[in-house]
Ligand binder design. Structure first.
Ligand code: LLP
Length: 425
């Protein structure tokens, strides 16, 4: 078995399976649209990080936003992973699966509220990644009011270009994220004057789905310089949080070896951080851990032709997986039952939502499919369910975890009653 590909056809005559469990069986048991995840793949990816950075003290803080399912958080917490959160809601999720994991949690985000800060202080999180001088003031006020000492890192904006989709690039001065690296020293010195703040780290995150190691190395290099300056100012900086962002390959044809990828990434980071002694490295991967561990399983409802185009209409839609609509993202689509001799057709795979942007693939060559057939949309484990919505009053999909050849529902399908439950007509 190839440990980096959980969704494969076991042999030429079998349906597509997740770690040996046929997706047809899962569709029959739980219905569609259905998110299916491989526990084994998630743990394998976590372990790749641990191994690649084993020569330095480090903590993997999984970025909860990529997939915040409680079952997945629990799986990771049990392995000792930490978490990167960006809201009080994400912190509540971490606390729900493990109270002690709060001590391995970093809090990022440009708009933390007083209530969220209080919750994080009371929960004893590891560190706040502060994104502005205003936030630092609020944190200082809340911490002294609660008499709880907070470790802080400034998230600096290193002005490094990361080649990725503009919506998910964050490390340039023109972006809303972080504190300008040229201003950072001043902000640290003001933090150091606060009784309840402990300047402990420096953090950076330059964007997401970055496939080259170079921008990570460039950002880490700038961070290392800053740490040296801060230490010379007398600040006890002990942690460097390099954020997340390591990309995967969404196109089937392009070879992708996660081990090799992490190796290059680790090399770039460790080389840049070499001048620093006595430092703990924090990593915030999201996509790299869960994307390829998940697929969205959907059933074909109709096939129709409009002019020259053929549309395959599925029961999943942009509300279930918005990445193609939002970022023009490519996701491979495989028929659950492959037919060696089936004709290939160029089709658009679309959902039932009333928007032209509701598509999973355009002008894609696929095996000819009929209503009732099952399709698997691959690499959907990250920013799939977590970005899903109830647009068009569609209940969100169910989720299933495959673990040791067994499968279990980790989130049941939402009902329309639940969608209306909070409303006051
Ligand atoms: N740390 C911080 C501070 C972040 O903002 C993010 C992602 C991560 C870590 C994790 O990045 P990752 O390792 O997953 O690339 N919805 C978009 C991606 C948005 C990423 C937002 N921040 C997508 O579907 O491509």
């Amino acid at each position: 078995m190839n440990p980096s590909r959980p969704f494969v056809y076991p042999d030429a005559h079998s349906p597509l399976a997740c770690d040996g469990v046929g997706l047809d069986i899962l569709a029959k048991r739980y219905g569609t649209p259905l998110y299916v995840y491989s526990a084994q793949q998630i743990l394998y990816r976590l372990q790749l990080f641990t191994k690649a950075f084993q020569t330095v003290p480090h903590l993997v803080c999984y970025a909860v936003k990529a997939n915040s399912s409680l079952a997945i958080l629990k799986l990771l917490a049990e392995q000792g992973a930490g978490f990167d959160i960006v809201s009080g809601g994400e912190l509540e999720r971490v606390l729900r699966v493990s109270k002690e994991a709060a001590g391995r949690t970093v809090f990022s985000g440009v708009g933390k509220t007083a209530a969220e800060i209080d919750l994080a202080l009371r929960s004893g999180i590891f560190m706040f990644n502060v994104e502005s001088a205003g936030e630092l003031d609020l944190l200082a006020a809340r911490a002294s009011r609660l008499r709880i000492r907070a470790r802080v890192a400034m998230r600096v904006n290193p002005d490094v270009f990361a080649e990725t989709h503009p919506y998910i690039s964050t490390g340039l001065r023109e972006h809303k994220f972080g504190i300008d690296i040229r201003e950072a020293r001043r902000v640290y010195l003001s933090a150091a004057k606060q009784k309840y703040l402990l300047p402990h780290g420096v953090s950076v995150h330059i964007g997401s789905q970055i496939r080259s190691a170079d921008p990570f190395g460039a950002a880490a290099h700038r961070i290392a310089q800053l740490v040296l300056e801060l230490r010379s100012d007398g600040l006890p900086i002990r942690a460097v949080d390099v954020g997340g962002g390591l990309g995967i390959e969404y196109h089937a044809g392009q070879s992708f070896d996660p081990k090799q990828k992490i190796h290059q990434y680790a090399l770039a980071l460790l080389q840049a951080l070499r001048p620093l002694k006595d430092v703990q490295l924090l990593l915030e991967p999201g996509r790299f851990i869960v994307a390829q561990a998940g697929a969205l399983l959907t059933r074909v409802l109709y096939r129709k032709k409009n002019g020259k185009k053929t549309f395959v209409i599925t029961d999943a839609a942009m509300n279930d997986l918005i990445r193609p609509a939002l970022y023009q993202a490519h996701h491979e689509i495989l028929p659950v039952f492959p037919h060696k001799d089936a004709r290939k057709r160029t089709v658009d795979v679309v959902g039932p939502v009333c928007e032209t942007g509701d598509f999973f693939a355009r002008d894609r060559k696929l095996q000819e499919v009929q209503p009732g057939d099952l399709l698997a949309i691959l690499d959907a484990g990250a920013y799939g369910f977590s970005l899903s919505s109830n647009y068009n009053s569609r209940p969100r999909a169910a989720e299933v975890l495959v673990e040791d050849k067994k499968h279990r529902l980790i989130r049941r399908r939402e009902t329309v009653e639940e969608l209306m439950a909070a409303e006051l007509p």
